[in-house]
Ligand binder design. Structure first.
Ligand code: AMP
Length: 113
């Protein structure tokens, strides 16, 4: 299987600005930010979509949320940020390696477009 874009970033084959790394995940700055803060929290396990998660992924998925909390707080946005997971192309997913968007720093409308 060929590597996903995010695996190539984890392996140093494509540059990215890292804000967090641990044994389970990384967090990087989005290359095309939609807000003053736009980070991606990405599991090292290359699960294509959230709907591909299995019960064994429960702890990993919880970890990703806690890391999202942490990177938002580290950037000064711990009190007001949005998490987005696009699941499937019709929902806007373009990179098929699960990732959480952490977005903050401007008014965020609801419902999202
Ligand atoms: P999605 O559309 O939910 O799959 O999100 C993919 C995200 O990856 C988009 O917000 C892109 O801007 C971002 N992205 C694509 N290539 C890179 C890259 N090389 N480094 C950082 N972010 C990227």
């Amino acid at each position: 299987m060929s590597k996903t874009l995010f695996e190539k970033i984890m392996d140093g084959e494509i540059p990215a600005e890292f804000v967090h790394q641990d044994e389970h995940c990384i967090a990087i700055k989005d290359i095309n930010p939609t807000a003053p803060l736009h980070l991606l929290v990405i599991p090292r396990k290359p699960m294509p979509r959230l709907c591909d998660a299995v019960p064994e992924d429960q702890a990993l998925l919880g970890h990703l949320l806690l890391v999202a909390n942490q990177v938002a707080a580290d950037a000064g946005y711990g009190e007001a940020f949005r998490l987005v997971i696009n699941n499937g192309a019709a929902a806007g997913q373009s990179v098929f390696h699960l990732h959480l968007h952490v977005i903050a720093g401007r008014p965020l409308k609801w419902p999202p477009g």
